[in-house]
Design a protein around this ligand. Structure first.
Ligand SMILES: [Zn+2]
Length: 441
């Protein structure tokens, strides 16, 4: 097992982070765009992706990109209709190249598919490299540089799940990175993990919001702190109550990132707390229910710039946001959006059918003690099930306070069922969804 891990992280380093990877990337990427040259760059990249799509994907075979001279992005993209996950699942031979069979040199990425069907994505080596480039660029903007000590608390399988004695981590020497097993964020293992983190003293932690939050909860319970200046979160919605506790107990600053397996949008938080759409990564549109561009809240639609193995054109996600027309103080040329509101399956609704903001939902837990873990699920219209993993001091009074809080601070018309659980399991990839909508449609 140990040798296997050594090899895995060595090869990962070689492909993604070594000077060889840097060299390959520099060759293809050139210099970083800015200002006017950014829109030129976008136009050029969009054109390249569209041409590739027409050449390799049967769904677009009829489109003629040479019939006129296109002068705007909207003009160019307008030839293509908006598609979604359903199209890829139902008509794979239309939207995947090569009769939906990956070529041997492609890597095949999988979307986590927390609900419904997972999706596979074909990627070429360049796509893998460039993804890593964008992640590292965000890190650098926030003050973390490769080679500095870092820790990771994500889905990596680094020790056997049933292992009950330390180490619950693996040191990846190639990246100076302490990989902690998030499956071992348990009462029996947490002291060893906290001690290891304190001793290693990383400059940066990469985590899911839920795993960093669990760590912060343990620290709070033990009245302890860590000192990790930079915390990168991604892959799950980040709620404000999580951010507050994590930043306070880890004594660092969170920089969130929004991306997805389909790689059609890459949005990064800057030091001023604004979310910037990295517009050299993909073309992002925000559209209303009818697929028309909107300045109001709408769906995120993205077109890949950097995956010639399988270009995704105008791919609609279930996430929603709105353009924020400000010039951010950080000076970035990348446009700003409101924090991205989660997918439908992460959205719950009040008694009158209006969406409830997760920040408002946190008021339900105001002053409620003796809860180790919780989850709020919409099980049917007008009914939420609040699932609680209680600690040994939990009483019905704690639950009663929660119900009162909801009625007074969140929504007076919703019915609350409190259900006590021994545990609230994570998904296979180690993620956890605090808010979950289990209503059909
Ligand atoms: Zn900014």
């Amino acid at each position: 097992m140990h040798l296997k891990k050594e090899l895995k992280y060595f090869f990962r380093y070689l492909v993604r982070d070594s000077f060889i990877a840097e060299f390959v990337l520099l060759k293809v990427l050139g210099s970083q765009p800015s200002g006017q040259s950014l829109s030129d760059y976008q136009f050029q990249m969009l054109n390249k992706s569209l041409v590739r799509a027409v050449e390799t994907l049967p769904a677009y075979a009829q489109i003629d990109l040479h019939e006129k001279n296109y002068c705007s992005l909207a003009d160019l993209i307008g030839k293509f209709k908006i598609i979604s996950k359903v199209d890829l699942l139902e008509k794979p031979t239309m939207y995947y190249p090569n009769h939906a069979k990956p070529k041997r040199w492609y890597t095949v990425g999988k979307s986590s598919g927390t609900t419904g069907s997972p999706l596979v994505m074909f990627r070429d080596l360049y796509s893998v490299l460039i993804e890593n480039y964008f992640v590292k660029r965000h890190w650098q903007e926030c003050g973390f540089f490769l080679g500095q000590k870092c820790a990771s608390l994500r889905g990596d399988h680094v020790v056997e799940l049933n292992s009950s004695t330390p180490p619950f981590w693996f040191f990846n020497r190639y990246n100076n990175q302490l990989l902690i097993s998030s499956r071992h964020l348990l009462a029996a293992c947490i002291d060893a993990i906290i001690n290891e983190l304190r001793g290693f003293s990383p400059h940066m932690l990469q985590a899911y919001p839920s795993t960093a939050f669990t760590l912060a909860k343990y620290l709070e319970e033990k009245n302890q702190y860590l000192s990790i200046p930079i915390i990168f979160t991604s892959s799950e919605p980040l709620y404000s109550h999580q951010r507050t506790l994590i930043e306070s107990r880890l004594q660092g600053k969170i920089y969130d990132m929004y991306g997805m397996a389909e790689r059609v949008a890459f949005v990064t938080e800057c030091e001023h707390g604004e979310m910037h759409v990295n517009s050299d990564y993909s073309l992002v549109e925000i559209v209303d229910d009818n697929g028309i561009a909107t300045d109001d809240y709408g769906y995120v639609v993205g077109t890949t710039f950097h995956n010639m193995a399988m270009p995704l054109i105008r791919y609609k996600l279930s996430d929603r946001t709105r353009w924020k027309k400000i010039a951010c103080q950080c000076g970035s040329v990348f446009p700003v959006v409101e924090p991205i509101v989660g997918k439908y399956e992460d959205q719950i609704f009040g008694g009158n059918g209006a969406p409830i903001s997760p920040s408002v939902l946190t008021f339900a837990f105001k002053g409620v003690q003796n809860i180790k873990k919780s989850q709020v699920a919409q099980i049917t219209s007008g009914v939420w099930e609040v699932r609680i993993v209680p600690d040994h001091q939990y009483t019905d009074a704690n639950g009663a306070l929660l119900i009162r809080n909801v009625a007074e601070l969140v929504d007076a018309t919703i019915q609350i069922n409190i259900v006590l659980r021994d545990d609230l399991p994570n998904t296979i990839s180690g993620k956890f969804r605090w808010v979950v909508n289990e209503m059909k449609n």
